[in-house]
Write a protein of this length. Sequence first.
Length: 182
Amino acid sequence: MKRQTREAKTMAAARASRRGSTYPTETKTKAIAMYAELGNVAEVARQMELPEATVRVWVNEAKKTDAFAEYQRLKKEEFIADASRIIKKGTKLIEKQLDSALENSEKFEKLISSIMADGELNVKDKKDLVSAIRQMELKNPRDLAVTVGTIYDKRALSTGESTENATVRVETYLDQCKGKEF
């Protein structure tokens, strides 16, 4: 026999004490609205401390109405708009970082040429080199690419589009230079 936590026992007792009674309209409306956003009966029931079966009955009744379908459609459009905005911001950030890396690559190449010609680095050249390398490096490009890709896929699913697309790989300039001699 499973051991119940104190919280689970309290919730079970509260549900048992409500058997056969009705819930306020506001509770039912809130549960249906939460389901329209979350799409998960169990999660709505857990968050609202309601019996899952009760929430399921309410949701099944609501699904038959035009108002529920319209609410879900509006929430879907809202999500698609938010996802598009986030994708656009992420793309702009990646583009900004790439532009910065390209702008600083010339400075980097000049420093490398200078070092190769002189054979030695003075303190100023060392600082300039480190600064140029830091400015060329993309900040968390993989994390950003994964985030943008995930949001893109979720938006595509919401609009009924395919989510199977070409793979995009982002590398830092330093990754590209590994193993090369200058």
